[in-house]
Design a protein around this ligand. Structure first.
Ligand SMILES: [Zn+2]
Ligand SMILES: [Zn+2]
Length: 198
């Protein structure tokens, strides 16, 4: 049976740790993406081939993980680091994909709705309630897209393992770089990393 918005939200809040706008937006975003792909039970066999490109690294990302059961460890969540409120849901078995993004003008609409519908309520609570009931077309832009999935990005056993000739560490799934005849990991090839040794 298809789960209701409220039960999915309760589950997301438990997973994330608090109720926030991100949980409401994320649950609604996941529900929209799943509906467009015809997936009613993502955690069953039906959702096995679902991969999500996550452009969000804030609260809403947790809600999408909670609703769909997809995780980075299963290679079914791809973190895109775009700082955008959007996610693309890809059914890798059929190739059908849909991208759901939050409309830039939705914040203003939510604020106005909150004031109009729940004038007696605390401002923060009124905004959460408005986010839950604002029409989907006022909240999201939903578009069919095509995603070219590379074999090395799919779930399953690693395609190959290389060893970086500079740092000696393993590199999986064809992420190695060939530079002047040497096989290197990406940071060694770029000559920089996000950390420095101390
Ligand atoms: Zn949050
Ligand atoms: Zn290296």
């Amino acid at each position: 049976m298809e789960a209701s918005f409220q039960s999915l939200l309760n589950e997301a809040v438990k997973f994330h740790g608090h109720l926030c706008g991100g949980q409401i937006i994320g649950v609604r975003m996941a529900m929209a993406g799943l509906r467009e792909l015809g997936i009613s039970e993502p955690k069953s066999e039906q959702g096995r081939d679902l991969v999500i490109f996550m452009e969000i690294d804030r609260c809403a990302a947790d809600a999408i993980i909670s609703v769909t059961g997809r995780t980075p460890g299963k290679r079914s969540i791809k973190m895109m680091d775009y700082g955008k409120m959007a996610a693309t849901f890809v059914d890798t078995s059929s190739g059908r994909s849909v991208r759901v993004s939050v409309r830039a003008d939705s914040e203003e609409r939510v604020k106005r709705m909150a004031q109009h519908l729940f004038p007696q309520d605390d401002e923060a609570k009124a905004q959460l309630d408005a986010m839950a009931c604002i029409a989907e077309e006022d909240l999201f832009r939903i578009r069919r897209v095509h995603v070219a999935m590379r074999p090395e990005d799919l779930p399953g056993v690693p395609l190959d393992t290389a060893v970086c000739e500079r740092c000696g560490e393993m590199v999986r799934d064809r992420r190695q770089v060939c530079l002047n005849g040497s096989v290197l990991c990406k940071p060694c090839a770029q000559g920089r990393d996000y950390y420095t040794l101390v």
